[in-house]
Design a protein around this ligand. Structure first.
Ligand SMILES: [Zn+2]
Ligand SMILES: [Zn+2]
Length: 113
């Protein structure tokens, strides 16, 4: 997400915060963008991946709307422990993990069991 008051024509890294933990985007903290400026950081993504993909958990409320793809989903998902309204679906977790895993910009790899 963007901080309130962000100039959309001149978005700085520090204007971008993770929807799930509200940490700022830094060189050390990779971010993946979803729709409408939604973002998930590498740390939250790793937690979500471990929970939903590796452990087959589902912490999302039934019929949730995914923060990243903005779709109402009936698959599993991960709800931010800090911010209830931030939920990411299994599909977006896998997709985002794939993007970050392949990116040369960041030293992020998919968690392994
Ligand atoms: Zn985060
Ligand atoms: Zn999604």
């Amino acid at each position: 997400m963007r901080k309130p008051g962000t100039d959309e024509n001149n978005v700085q890294m520090t204007d971008v915060v993770c929807d799930f933990c509200r940490s700022e985007w830094t060189d050390e903290r990779p971010m993946v963008e979803g729709h409408r400026g939604s973002t998930i950081c590498g740390k939250c993504l790793a937690t979500a991946y471990m929970s939903v993909v590796l452990n087959d958990d589902n912490t999302a409320p039934t019929g949730f709307t995914c923060t990243l793809c903005l779709e109402q989903r009936d698959d599993a998902g991960w709800q931010s422990p800090a911010h209830d309204e931030a939920v990411v679906c299994r599909r977006c977790i896998k997709q985002s993990a794939g993007v970050l895993h392949k990116s040369d910009e960041y030293n992020w790899s998919k968690p392994i069991g």
